[in-house]
Design a protein around this ligand. Structure first.
Ligand code: HEM
Length: 215
C-alpha cells in the first residue's frame, strides 16, 4: 500500500460541473425557453460548455484563497485544481471555436447594429473574451517546463496583481454581453437567470475570495 497517494476529486467535480452546465442550458433554453431542440448540438451546447468552463476556472482560481480565508476546502478539491484548470481551458477553446462559427446577426441579433457592424457592448464583450482567452493560454504556457525556468515570467503571471486584473477580463466578457438582460427579470425564461448572470455571480464569489484570501 502506498500511503502517499494524494486524494484527487477532479473526476467527480468536473463531471458534476459539466452535468450542471449542460442541464441548466437545456432547462433554460429548451424546456422552459423557446429554443428548438435542433439547436441543441451547437448553439445550446456552446452555452452549457461556456458555463461549465467558467465555473471550473473559478474553482481553479478560488479554492486556494477560500482555503486561506478559513473555509475548509477538502484536500481532494485542492488537489483537483490543476485538472480543473486544464479542463476549463480546453472547454473555453471549444467555446471560442463554436462561437466563431455561430457569430452572425441571424444568431446573435443583439450583438449587431442594423448595418451588420458590432454594437459597442458586443465589441467590449468580445474584446474581454478574447483577452481572457489569451491570458489563460499564457497561464497554461507557464506550466510548461521550458518556461518554468523563466522566473520573471512566472513571477509576473502568477502575481496577485496580475491575477486580479486577468480575472476582470472574463467578467467584462460577461458583463457587457449580459447586463441589460440581467436588469429585466420579467424577460427571463421560466424566471431562470441568464447564464451570463449565473457565471458572473460565480465570478463575484471567486473574485472576492481572491481579493481577500490570495497571498
Ligand atoms: C476567443 C475568445 C472568446 C469568444 C470569441 C467568445 C464568444 C462568446 C459569445 C459569442 C458568447 C455568446 C454566447 C451565447 O450567448 O450563446 C459568449 C458567451 C459566454 N462566454 Fe465567451 N468567448 C470567448 C472567451 C470566453 C472565455 C475565456 C470565457 C471564460 C473564462 C467565456 C465564457 C463565456 C460565458 C460563461 C458565456 C455566457 C453564455 C450565455 O450567457 O449564454 N468566454 N462568448
Amino acid at each position: 500500500m502506498n500511503d502517499h497517494v494524494k486524494t484527487n476529486s477532479a473526476g467527480p467535480i468536473i463531471a458534476t460541473v459539466m452535468a450542471f452546465g449542460l442541464a441548466y442550458a437545456v432547462l433554460r433554453y429548451h424546456i422552459v425557453g423557446p429554443v428548438p431542440w435542433k439547436d441543441f448540438p451547437f448553439f445550446i451546447l456552446n452555452k452549457g460548455i461556456s458555463l461549465s468552463a467558467f465555473i471550473l476556472l473559478t474553482c481553479n482560481f478560488g479554492f486556494g484563497p477560500l482555503n486561506n480565508l478559513g473555509v475548509r476546502v477538502p484536500e481532494g478539491w485542492l488537489n483537483a485544481r490543476k485538472a480543473m484548470g486544464m479542463t476549463g481551458f480546453l472547454l473555453v477553446l471549444i467555446h471560442a471555436l463554436m462561437s466563431f462559427l455561430l457569430f452572425k446577426p441571424a444568431v446573435y441579433g443583439k450583438f449587431f447594429e442594423a448595418d451588420g457592424t458590432l454594437t459597442l457592448l458586443a465589441g467590449l464583450s468580445m474584446l474581454g473574451g478574447i483577452l481572457a482567452f489569451v491570458v489563460l493560454w499564457a497561464y497554461n504556457l507557464s506550466f510548461q517546463t521550458f518556461l518554468r525556468e523563466d522566473q520573471a515570467f512566472i513571477r509576473f503571471i502568477t502575481s496577485r496583481k496580475f491575477l486580479l486584473f486577468a480575472l476582470l477580463l472574463g467578467a467584462a466578457h460577461l458583463f457587457f454581453m449580459g447586463y441589460s438582460g440581467w436588469l429585466n427579470p420579467a424577460g427571463w425564461h421560466g424566471g431562470l437567470p441568464p447564464i451570463s448572470l449565473l457565471a458572473f455571480s460565480v465570478f463575484a464569489i471567486g473574485y472576492v475570495s481572491n481579493l481577500l484570501g490570495r497571498k
